[in-house]
Design a protein. Structure first.
Length: 184
């Protein structure tokens, strides 16, 4: 409940522009931290997300989940400003996460860290196939992608100048975005 309330609170800070990326985690460290087993990880992921959706969309929720304590007329305060908050499903390797996103008509974020592009392309093809299978308009499917990266500059002015240069590049994926003007 606390996480739902924290994210609902965060949604108010940018005037209802919060986007959230969720996922089951990518290794044993996350499973061990929350006492999740490989056998129950996908059921837990789906149950948690379904409960998450209900808490943000309904005023009061009563539920008897399998992996957490029962809820009776539970409320989240504050309520999220935007209805609904856009939730992206992060998936680098699993069809289960992709299917969950497609089932609910949510966007997919594929984080390519170390593999070749083909496994990710296959997941995105599967997402689009499942999206249509669940009755959603194929034109409305949203996919985001990212990879590991880090950029550092000595000063904020250097960072802004570099950002402006990258944004102006015709090969940049951010070429339609204009960075804010540097301030002194």
């Amino acid at each position: 409940m606390r996480a739902y309330e924290d994210y609902a609170t965060l949604d108010h800070l940018p005037d209802g522009r919060l986007d959230l990326i969720i996922g089951k985690g990518n290794g044993t460290a996350q499973r061990e931290l929350f006492h999740v087993t490989p056998e129950d990880q996908w059921d837990r992921n789906a149950e948690s997300y379904e409960l998450f959706r209900r808490l943000w969309r309904q005023d009061k929720v009563t539920a008897s989940p399998r992996f957490r304590p029962e809820l009776t007329a539970a409320e989240v305060w504050p309520r999220p400003l935007q209805q609904p908050i856009r939730v992206w499903h992060g998936s680098a390797t699993s069809r289960e996460s992709v299917d969950l996103a497609a089932r609910y008509g949510d966007p997919l974020f594929s984080a390519n860290v170390t593999n070749t592009i083909e496994p990710y392309a296959e997941l995105i093809r599967y997402y689009r196939q499942q999206w249509e299978h669940y009755g959603h308009d194929p034109a409305a499917a949203v996919v985001g992608a990212g990879t590991a990266g880090y950029y550092a500059a000595s000063t904020s002015q250097e960072a802004m100048a570099s950002s402006a240069h990258r944004s102006a590049s015709p090969t940049s994926s951010n070429s339609s975005r204009k960075p804010p003007a540097p301030t002194s």
